[in-house]
Design a protein around this ligand. Structure first.
Ligand SMILES: [Mg+2]
Length: 160
């Protein structure tokens, strides 16, 4: 099973009221890897990996997949891949798609996508992919994601 995470306002939250993971980026690299990692992300992704989920990043931003992977690596997280704007644009061109949503997790084989945007949730309804929406103020957001993932897995097992 594959799960993808949005970055802005999902895993990367600059708002002062959103708690952050302890910064594990070495001082000398913080200039290139400055982003705050939302508290709970490390535990959550570890729990998903233990449940055999393949973890991806799916962002509409132009962040470099290499830098995102490096940034996560310092937190002990290895992702299967990073889909950024360039990767998405390339996909659209390759498949000659002219009418497209801001994200389509199904095209990249995701069973579940986690995002702060209700617009992406609506796109999921329209284009047939599963979106779990998390809010910035939800301090139990990790439990919510795990519950959604467990539910997806149970449904998939029931089908097979
Ligand atoms: Mg976002």
């Amino acid at each position: 099973m594959r799960i993808s995470f949005d970055l802005d306002d999902t895993l990367i939250c600059y708002q002062s009221y959103v708690p952050r993971e302890w910064n594990r980026i070495p001082w000398v690299l913080r200039r290139w890897l400055p982003e705050p990692f939302r508290l709970g992300s490390v535990e959550l992704i570890r729990a998903l990996r233990e449940r055999s989920w393949e973890v991806w990043v799916y962002t509409t931003s132009g962040r470099s997949p290499f830098l995102v992977s490096c940034w996560l690596w310092f937190y002990g997280i290895r992702v299967a891949g990073v889909i950024n704007d360039a990767v998405y644009q390339e996909y659209l061109q390759r498949h000659r798609i002219h009418d497209y949503p801001s994200k389509n997790a199904r095209w990249f084989g995701m069973d579940l996508h986690v995002d702060d945007s209700h617009g992406v949730w609506q796109e999921g309804q329209q284009y047939g992919f599963n979106v779990h929406v998390v809010s910035l103020t939800d301090t139990h957001w990790c439990q919510g994601v795990l519950a959604a993932a467990d539910q997806m897995m149970a449904a998939a097992n029931a089908d097979s």
